[in-house]
Write a protein that binds this ligand. Structure first.
Ligand code: TPP
Ligand code: MG
Length: 273
């Protein structure tokens, strides 16, 4: 494996993540995918917002920007439109992407603009004290759900598929080799690509939910997900508490910037009034 140190600000170490946090595994998968694809470090822009997930890309040596809560995709859209040659990757937490940023997620998917969104699902607002997120499983405990979450869990893969994302995948921080592949396929895809990464927060989620030790939380992801092939063999009842991982949507659909360019070229040629 190649040396990935060149992608890190080593002088900023040690990083701030808690012991056992799964976010680093998700981030590492992203760096390995970038390395595998040979993307130029100056042509790859990293966009993130807030939370632990939004804070971690600060350790990466790419042109990058941190945006207000929920607005990473909005800023990423502006960057991509200003310079379509840039590869723009957005790394977000689940609270950030699905709650305050939910509207932006829907419309970025609908436009099918050529960005990659990586969403780290730890089922909680990790940084701010363990409030529940739209992705918190029903019945689980959070600082704002001391008697258990009563709302149904949001499925970001289904949401973005319904909104029009042309590439949707789910991976987890247990199946790391698969994850590298999913992220690199997402980045290579032309159009809006989303990778939901199931990760772990032993401190804000695990302790409240009496989960086992951090390493077991990661191992538990193994039983929580099934491949598409395995899903086909399962009954509806057995599938009910499982999440399907792998590439869930991969379509060739008109991409926003190409449509925009077509329109502006028509205008220049005088075919539009
Ligand atoms: C407008 C605004 N509201 C609230 C906050 C406080 N805030 C910071 S991080 C965060 C939660 C982030 O949760 P998530 O996106 O799931 O990231 P995690 O920490 O779990 O990785 C919130 C609500 C903020 N920074 N800005
Ligand atoms: Mg979170």
């Amino acid at each position: 494996m190649s040396n990935l140190d060149k992608y890190l600000w080593l002088d900023q170490m040690p990083h701030f993540a808690c012991s056992g946090c799964g976010h680093g595994i998700a981030l590492a998968a992203m760096i390995r995918a970038i390395d595998k694809l040979g993307l130029g470090q100056n042509e790859t822009v990293m966009v993130c917002a807030i939370g632990c997930a939004g804070r971690l890309p600060v350790y990466l040596d790419f042109p990058s920007i941190r945006t207000p809560h929920g607005r990473a995709l909005t800023v990423a859209t502006g960057i991509k439109l200003a310079n379509p040659k840039l590869q723009v990757i957005v790394f977000m937490g689940d609270g950030d992407a699905a709650a305050i940023g939910g509207n932006h997620l829907i419309h970025t998917a609908r436009r099918n603009i050529d960005l990659t969104a990586i969403v780290a699902i730890n089922e909680i607002y990790g940084m701010t004290g363990g409030q529940y997120a739209p992705t918190t499983e029903k019945g689980k405990f959070a600082s704002t759900a001391p008697f258990g979450m009563i709302e149904p869990q949001m499925d970001i893969c289904k949401l973005t598929q319904g909104a029009g994302a042309s590439f949707v995948a789910r991976g987890d921080v247990y199946h790391v080799m698969e994850l590298d592949n999913l992220v690199s396929k997402a980045i290579s895809h032309k159009g809006f690509s989303v990778v939901e990464i199931l990760t772990t927060c032993p401190i804000q989620f695990g302790r409240r939910n009496k989960d086992s030790k951090p390493s077991d939380m990661i191992k538990n992801l193994k039983g929580k997900t099934v491949t598409k092939k395995q899903a086909e063999q399962l009954s509806k009842e057995d599938l009910a508490d499982k999440l399907v991982r792998g590439i869930l949507v991969e379509e060739d659909r008109p991409e926003y910037i190409e449509e925009y360019d077509r329109l502006t070229n028509l205008k220049e040629e005088g075919d539009l009034n």
